[in-house]
Design a protein around this ligand. Sequence first.
Ligand code: PLP
Length: 383
Amino acid sequence: MLAEGKPVINLGEGELHFDTPEHIKRAGIAAIERGDTKYTAVAGTSELLDAIIDKFARENGIHYARSEVIAGTGAKQLIFNALLATIAPDDEVLICAPYWVSYPDMVALADGRVRVLPSSADNGWKLRPDVLRAAIGPRTRWLILNSPNNPTGAVYTRDELKALTDVLLEYEHVLLMADDIYEHTRYADSFATPVQIEPRLRERTLTVNGVSKGYSMTGWRIGYAGGPAWLIHAMQTLQSQSTSNPSTISQAAAVAALRGGIGFMTDWLATLRASRDLVLATIGRCDGLRCDVAEGAFYAFVDCSGLIGATMPSGTLLHDDLDFANYLLETAHVGVVHGGAFGVEHHVRIAYAVPMATLEDACRRIEAACAALTLPLIEAGQP
Ligand code: PLP
């Protein structure tokens, strides 16, 4: 549609609109000028591995050795490698819905089976310990936990994590993947990663993180992970025969990111919070939509069930969340992602990390598009 000249605003992209900070860009340029343009060790340069080790120790209180950390081409590659290296055919991976779109397909590519665990807005979109316990079976290989969460923005508290790690302690055959990629994009004061809460899970937990989201470096493609040496070794073996080391230029930039402090994020978070509040205020004014306040990431996961059955100005009925996303795209020229992609229907995800003026425009359009719908009649006695 953009190629056709249509004024589409894309609220579907999972990245910050801020420029990568200057000191990080400079480090990448310096790497090129220094001639750091050749292969490195597969797991990353010693400078980067040490910066990763220091980050985990400083910010998360986890102490890893060099053999227990790895850098890869984005957190995505590391998650994929970890699953591919460990899943035997028909092994099960537990994923709480709504989930990041890539997890199920990665499990499928590794010949595993996904078991989707439910959560609900009433429970803040968090996995409950009883739901986890009931789902674990002899073929369970992994549980994937993602906090702050994509697409809901939910951030697990320490107590909530403790309740889940207590369950996992009882099942020694289950590995835990803690996807902390949104660690720095959160409004909640406290953040904890599972190994911090339960060090006894250290030997079977992969803690995944990266510079993409927090440092606005999605295009640089650097992720990193810490975990038991056997798992890191297996991931490294896969990486060695597939992508090898991540880009040297990006590795140098990531060292500057991890060593350079996170002070600049205070301003970013203030901007993101204002954007979040604008989206929530807009949703609040739209009949048929609702959304709770999320404490992290830069997404609003909006319940559009009140619009299902509404009539569009064209006269056709809106049947599901995909119809609503398409309606917003075609009539308001606003791109959002339908909830079905994340495993939960009757929702859409709005990624609000775009410039404020753009977001204001998009919000006006969403409100006008919703106002143009004729809502279904609610029969007396129904909630
Ligand atoms: N994990 C989650 C939950 C994500 O949303 C994303 C990106 O959208 C990633 C991992 C991958 O991040 P990257 O590969 O850019 O490091």
